[in-house]
Design a protein around this ligand. Structure first.
Ligand SMILES: Cc1ncc(COP(=O)(O)O)c(C=O)c1O
Length: 365
């Protein structure tokens, strides 16, 4: 049994092959079609496709105007990419505490971390469970900050009836190999506001407006870059793979939710385990199924001996030297970090696999 899976549909293989044969493999029409489909089928707001989730965070920070010396509030319970994207702008990640029973950033802690230098907040939907977005966006409005959701784990999640990707000023997704929807590597930023979307589209490709810059008689596009542009666009080969997988995404998400539903029912009263909290006003995308477990290493060993992989996936990132080491005032982060562990939840699992996971956990460690 694998802890993660990489889902490549038959349609993805066909579309990828067609794309290669066409030789139109770089920035082209398929990336535009993929954006349209992400908007129409998943309800994402003005998605701009990119070459990774890290690029999505980086570009959102650029469009939000984050400058060297600014501060950006982030949780430490994430992958290192979240914090590095801030450092790439020579800005400072400031770590806020999380909620012990969700792993998500705590709005009260955000309030305490705001200074005159704060420019943005990056809430991370840990494992795909949506953060308290109304409270976070309210804090952002009161303090004139940009909210950039790191939704690398949360494609398909919803919050108070809206899809993740249509709520805050920016939302960053990852379509990397082991994500719910893969383009092999890739990502997108969604922008509530059309001007942010326009800027993101220009700046992902050298600050050139591809849609409105026609080649002159001399053979080069006519353009005038007035911001720093980058090369972060999604190529058409990746878009072809994403388009092929998109058709199967709803069924795959449903399967993840069914597996998670079984875990929630069956592991509810296992001694030594605290399940996370799941509120009725939001739906988790279950990229991970994380639990809080006593004697975690014994738990992982016991499961491994029965053929079931378990993993912390990511430990707190502030421990890295580049961020200056453990932030001292994050008590919930400290407890979560000691106990969190995830068990497999993906569409590559059979019913027998799920039974094996449930029984292995119930047998104890
Ligand atoms: C929370 C989080 N943010 C950002 C990223 C970066 O995404 P990518 O690998 O597509 O750059 C990841 C990758 O797994 C992630 O887990």
């Amino acid at each position: 049994m694998n802890f993660f899976n990489t889902h490549i549909s038959e349609k993805s293989i066909q579309l990828a092959s067609d794309t290669l044969k066409s030789t139109y493999v770089s920035a082209g029409q398929l990336a535009d079609i993929f954006e349209k489909k992400l908007e129409e089928e998943l309800g994402l707001a003005n998605p701009v496709t990119l070459n990774s989730g890290t690029s999505a965070l980086y570009l959102a920070l650029a469009v939000a105007g984050v400058k060297p010396g600014d501060e950006v509030i982030v949780p430490a319970q994430t992958f290192i990419a979240t914090g590095l994207s801030v450092l790439m702008h020579y800005a400072k990640p400031v770590f806020a505490d999380i909620q012990y029973r969700t792993g998500n950033i705590d709005p009260d802690s955000i309030r305490h971390k705001i200074t005159a230098k704060t420019r943005a907040i990056i809430p991370v939907h840990w494992g795909g469970y949506p953060c308290d977005l109304d409270e976070i966006n309210e804090i952002a409005r009161e303090n004139n900050l940009a909210v950039i959701e790191d939704a690398a784990h949360a494609l398909g999640g919803t919050y108070r009836g809206k899809p993740i990707g249509a709520i805050s000023r920016f939302t960053a997704f990852s379509f990397q190999a082991i994500k719910h929807l893969t383009t092999v590597d890739g990502g997108a930023i969604c922008c509530l506001n059309k001007d942010d979307c326009y800027q993101a589209k220009r700046r992902r490709w050298f600050d050139i407006d591809r849609d409105n810059s026609k080649p002159s008689i001399l053979g080069e596009r006519e353009y005038d870059a007035d911001h720093v542009g980058y090369k972060l666009h999604m190529n058409d080969l990746s878009a072809a793979i994403g388009l092929g997988n998109l058709a199967e995404f709803p069924a795959n998400l449903k399967q993840r939710r069914e597996i998670a539903g079984r875990y929630l029912n069956e592991l509810n009263d296992v001694s030594g385990i605290e399940l996370l909290d799941y509120k009725n006003d939001r739906l988790c995308a279950y990229w991970l199924f994380t639990m809080l477990v006593e004697k975690r290493e014994d738990f992982i060993r016991a499961l491994q001996s029965k053929g079931v992989p378990a993993s912390v996936v990511h430990l707190r990132i502030d421990k890295n030297s580049i961020f200056g080491g453990i932030t001292p005032d994050l008590p919930n982060q400290e407890r979560f970090n000691e106990k969190q562990v995830s068990i497999p939840v993906h569409n590559g699992l059979t019913d027998e696999d799920v039974n094996l996971v449930v029984n292995a956990v119930k047998e104890g460690w």
